[in-house]
Design a binder for this molecule. Structure first.
Ligand code: HEM
Length: 494
């Protein structure tokens, strides 16, 4: 009796919600057919996680570069044309992130990726100098050391097939950990360090699987589930590790043990300057508190390793598959460094223009962040279309970068596109996003990728496992290959 009454009440509530809904211009846009009340909720739940991205690509093909889906009463506007993307990304008020980002809240707190409004403005101002050219010079030493360690590791594989993802994930995680926190994850084999590395990797995986499980979207349901409990334990590990590193670093600074060093300096027991030091300096000036520092450190750890790991993985795959591109990179690196075994200076990395075009083309075909989301907090116009407060906007970089009208023969890997003087819409290519909320780590990422590719191609001839193979991809927060990618690294003879 009670159940029937509750069911009746629920139906009345749905009918009331349905008729209460205001008219919305978005309802005139194309999109997959919607059920009354539920919209496309069931359709979204039906897709296995590894097929969601392919399905959304199909929707773009069917309904065009501006279509709408509904989850209950929430309208999700999907866009993949440069003019709409320009309006959304350049908007100075609608800078809030959409709902799935909230899953990161317990980990990243009010760090730069998630925060909004005046809080975000203040933090962005404090953190921008962290990525200034002069500071990046400090990180060059770490990045170079790590890429040489990577070469060493690849040599030990003796030309066999290497499953790229685990190797490269470790590499970028070690690099960001040392540059962000000044902590060597690879050198330190203590249980705390190993647990931390595993916690970061596994939290990422759990978050991804939560996105596609609608029933785990509320915190209540998630933390009751076995996944949520595991996540909570990992979160404790990651938090206490970061807290210890921050406190240690603070103590070292008090004892004057942290110094700015150049690539060839002897620094004995002293530690190199890390991003964390710049945050601690901001704390000394009263601009940020300890909780804020922890949120930012966690944000850099999260944003700064998976994104570059995927770009490097897809990049090595494409370079291995294109001998001509590989030889041109080798020649360019040789022409700048000769047979000298020293690492390239930052200015020499900047001179690698062909390599830069290759990296741009890698990120066009495989943008590490294939889509982003915004929550509309203020009504605004997209051309003639009124987009109301409360709407979610999904901005599809992957589909944008694969548009044949912007990039003829879009599936072809052709770095020349970025060397020609041909002009295209300024928002046709935005792997690091654009506008006020663009990627703050863009220059750091380019430096890391250039260092890696130049060091690897200098030392090895890359050979694909299967010539011409392009993996199926899926997206959670970043774009991933469905199956492992293998490449052989044959040492070059000098
Ligand atoms: C290939 C590598 C990378 C790609 C493709 C990439 C891409 C992006 C994109 C598309 C955004 C916008 C996200 C959104 O609006 O939701 C973003 C934001 C961000 N990225 Fe990156 N990223 C990369 C590497 C890095 C690195 C290495 C770091 C840090 C060291 C970093 C730190 C951040 C941060 C903190 C934000 C938030 C910025 C803000 O909202 O003010 N990223 N990134």
């Amino acid at each position: 009796m009670l159940i029937e009454a509750l069911l009746g009440l629920f139906i009345v509530l749905l009918i009331w919600l349905y008729f209460r809904e205001e008219e919305n211009p978005l309802d005139k846009l194309p999109g997959p057919p919607k059920l009354p009340f539920f919209g496309n909720t069931f359709e979204l739940m039906r897709f296995p996680p590894d097929q969601l991205m392919e399905q959304l690509i199909d929707f773009t093909k069917t309904y065009g570069d501006r279509y709408v889906m509904k989850v209950m009463s929430l309208r999700i506007l999907h866009i993949s044309n440069p003019s709409d993307i320009e309006v959304v990304l350049a908007h100075t008020k609608n800078i809030s992130k959409s709902m799935p980002y909230a899953f990161l809240r317990d980990w990243l707190g009010s760090g730069l990726l998630l925060s909004t409004g005046s809080h975000w403005h203040r933090r962005r101002k404090i953190l921008t100098p962290t990525f200034h050219f002069n500071i990046l010079k400090n990180f060059a030493t770490v990045i170079e050391e790590k890429s040489r360690d990577l070469v060493h590791l690849l040599k030990s594989k003796k030309g066999g097939d290497v499953d790229l993802m685990p190797v490269i994930s470790d590499y970028t995680l070690f690099t960001i950990c040392e540059t962000a926190m000044g902590t060597k994850l690879d050198g330190d084999q203590s249980a705390a360090t190993i647990n931390y590395k595993n916690a970061i990797l596994n939290m990422g995986l759990l978050l991804l699987s939560r996105i596609t499980k609608v029933w785990l979207w509320t915190d209540f349901m998630f933390y009751k589930s076995s996944q949520g409990k595991e996540f909570s334990g990992l979160l404790d590990t990651a938090r206490s590790f970061a807290d210890n590193v921050i406190m240690d670093r603070k103590a070292q600074r008090a004892e004057n043990k942290v110094v700015e060093v150049s690539a060839d300096a002897e620094f004995g027991t002293k530690r190199r300057l890390a991003m964390l030091d710049l945050l601690l300096e901001a704390e000394e000036r009263g601009e940020i508190d300890m909780e804020g520092i922890r949120d930012e450190v966690n944000t850099f750890m999260f944003e700064g390793h998976d994104t570059t790991a995927l770009a490097i993985t897809f990049g090595l795959m494409l370079i291995a598959d294109h001998d001509d591109v590989q030889e041109r990179i080798f020649e360019e690196v040789q022409s700048i460094l000769g047979d000298d075994d020293r690492p390239p200076a930052l200015s020499e990395l900047s001179d690698m223009k062909y390599l830069e075009a290759v990296i741009k083309e890698i990120l066009r075909l495989y943008p590490s962040v294939p889509f982003i989301g915004r929550k509309v907090t203020e009504d605004f116009k997209l051309g003639d279309l009124l987009v109301k407060q409360g709407t979610t906007i999904d901005i599809h970089f992957y589909e944008l970068h694969h548009r044949a009208d912007m990039f003829p023969d879009p599936e072809k890997f052709d770095p020349e596109r970025f060397l020609s003087s041909e002009t295209r819409h300024p928002y046709a290519y935005v792997p690091f996003s654009a506008g006020p909320r663009n990627c703050i780590g863009q220059r750091f990422a380019m430096q890391e990728m250039k260092s890696t590719f130049s060091e690897v191609v200098r030392n090895f001839k890359l050979v694909p496992k299967v010539k011409g193979h392009r993996p199926r991809v899926f997206a959670d927060i970043v774009l991933r290959p469905v199956d492992p990618i293998y490449v052989k690294f044959i040492p070059r003879t000098k």
